[in-house]
Write a protein that binds this ligand. Sequence first.
Ligand code: FE2
Ligand code: FE2
Length: 374
Amino acid sequence: MNMMPKHSADATTVEEGLAIQEEQAKFDSKAATEVAMQNTLLTPRFYTTDFDELDAIDVTPVRDDWDKLIAQMESDPNKGHFKKNEDWDHVDWDGMDPTLRKEFIDFLISSCTAEFSGCVLYKEMKRRGNNKDITQLFQLMARDEARHAGFINDALREAGVAVNLGFLTQKKKYTYFRPKFIYYATYLSEKIGYARYITIFRHLEAHPEHRFHPIFKWFEEWCNDEFSHGEAFALLMKTDPKLTSGINVYWIKFFLTAVYATMYVRDHQRPAFHEALGVDTDWYAREVFTKTSELTKQIFPITLDIDNPRWQRGCEALQRANVQIAEGKARGGVGGWLAKTTGSAKAALAFVSLYTIPVQKHRVPASTRLEPAY
Ligand SMILES: [Fe+2]
Ligand SMILES: [Fe+2]
């Protein structure tokens, strides 16, 4: 008899994974869901796109690499992995420093929303498509993201909070992106996700005394899933050379700048979290950008010049502008509005300054495929 698995980690399809989480939704907390519902420039969003255009992709030009990647994902090395086991140490949520607790919960909610955002988009593509290659890939990626989101929700539930994923699917605002923007944004978020998780994992391997929560032990297999997802998007882009040449290079630069800058600002909002990990936030940002840039050379003909002194200055200016906007919002009234408005203008200027730093160009290899090496 085909029994329904009990945990999202054991689900073999996205539908199963979500049904299990739906069952748990009765325990989910309103406050966490409200945080996940927020739509600002810095919070993870939900996306929708032109699914017919995506469905029309022909992967014939990358068939060999494609079949290998799909076979690897089909073999499902991480089935059953994303659940608590004997390695899951007790977490003393009540004894945790309140600032750290707040920032860490914020980190978990934001990560859960981002994982679930991928899940929703991939699942929808799988549902709408007819192209066997495309629907198969998106089913596999949605399966993984449902597990990831479910596992973060397990961790949150211990702290007495959890995100109601069913509610988010129905109520959160969806941003429309043309397919090519989905490729750039999603490819980058998968690769930067890999770089973020592996950097934390390697750091904590060397400094286990800073591992203040067991979820970090799961980051290695986790980042390998994200790595595969990034590989899939690299192959999708490889099917059409126009996507990574001509005017589109300016779009690629835009997405690189936006994704890196958002990460910089968002991470600097969590100083206690990074201190607890024993990580300097600027060092961490630089590590992640360097790794991500190295990876994206597989498909993008440019990388950002993060060694240019304007890069760090621009990131810091953006960060200060962001603090000013947040303070203005909190203060309210005319003074608050003025602070918010000038803060927004400063943020826009800082972004333009970052965008206009000359890029580094390089030749893209004939084959895109990479293996996780960090
Ligand atoms: Fe994920
Ligand atoms: Fe992913």
